[in-house]
Design a protein around this ligand. Structure first.
Ligand SMILES: Cc1cc2nc3c(=O)[nH]c(=O)nc-3n(C[C@H](O)[C@H](O)[C@H](O)COP(=O)(O)O)c2cc1C
Length: 220
């Protein structure tokens, strides 16, 4: 099955097992309908109050990729992969987006009328409280990371490889995406994506006894 087919090759469990951070990419482009499907599945991610603060920028032209490569401390996967997706957040967007989001959920019947009334009060209250405690950015980041995870697993399901990336200079990335003068925009994570030339072995994980607990966090 080619990556342009609508049906993914791998289900969620198989995609989780198959995902491996990849630095060695072939120059082959990603089929545009496949990329479109991946972006659709990415924006199917849930978010707090469905506010969708992510702003997702697909960087695939040679000049932008070269500038992004510089912004990412010249990590070679950014030059090799045909696509890098920048997951940014707009921490002010909720003010504009809240009402259309509530109206849409009301129209589809997902949110009953009384819940919509609650949302109209609770969202500004919650967001303002987060802003005054300096956590609005952090909360938007949570949503963007969930979207990025959807993206990576969707891409894996179509046979593509990815790498999440934290190694970049925020201001330089903002410059590449045309947001250098916008203080309300922050960068959450970058995802490089393409066809793998070589996939590294699984690097291993800590024993689950060290990281997963029942009821109470262990001492270890
Ligand atoms: C949030 C995040 C940021 C990362 N940043 C980078 C990065 O900048 N460069 C890089 O080569 N790998 C980066 N990685 C990849 C990790 O090194 C990799 O996920 C880890 O070694 C586990 O390997 P696996 O992804 O194959 O399971 C990042 C991973 C995550 C989740």
């Amino acid at each position: 099955m080619s990556d342009s087919d609508r049906n993914p090759d791998l289900d969620v469990a198989a995609s989780i097992e198959a995902r491996r951070s990849t630095k060695d990419f072939l120059p082959d482009p990603i089929d545009s309908s496949c990329l479109d499907q991946i972006l659709h599945l990415t924006t199917e991610a849930p978010s707090s109050w469905n506010l969708q603060p992510w702003r997702i920028i697909v960087v695939d032209d040679p000049d932008s990729r070269a500038r992004l490569h510089e912004a990412c401390f010249r990590q070679r996967q950014v030059l090799e992969a045909p696509v890098t997706i920048v997951f940014a957040v707009d921490i002010d967007a909720w003010q504009r987006d809240m009402e259309p989001i509530i109206e849409q959920a009301q129209k589809t019947g997902a949110w009953p009328d009384d819940y919509c009334d609650i949302a109209r009060k609770a969202i500004p209250g919650g967001q303002t409280a987060l802003e005054s405690s300096g956590r609005l950015r952090e909360y938007a980041m949570k949503d963007a990371m969930i979207a990025a995870t959807h993206c990576v697993l969707a891409a894996t399901s179509f046979g593509l490889k990815t790498t999440f990336m934290n190694g970049w200079r925020e201001q330089a990335v903002k410059q590449v995406i045309g947001a250098s003068a916008r203080d309300e925009i922050a960068i959450a994570v970058l995802v490089v994506m393409g066809h793998a030339d070589r996939t590294l072995p699984h690097p291993g994980r800590l024993p689950r006894s060290q990281t997963v607990f029942r009821q109470r966090l262990g001492d270890g």
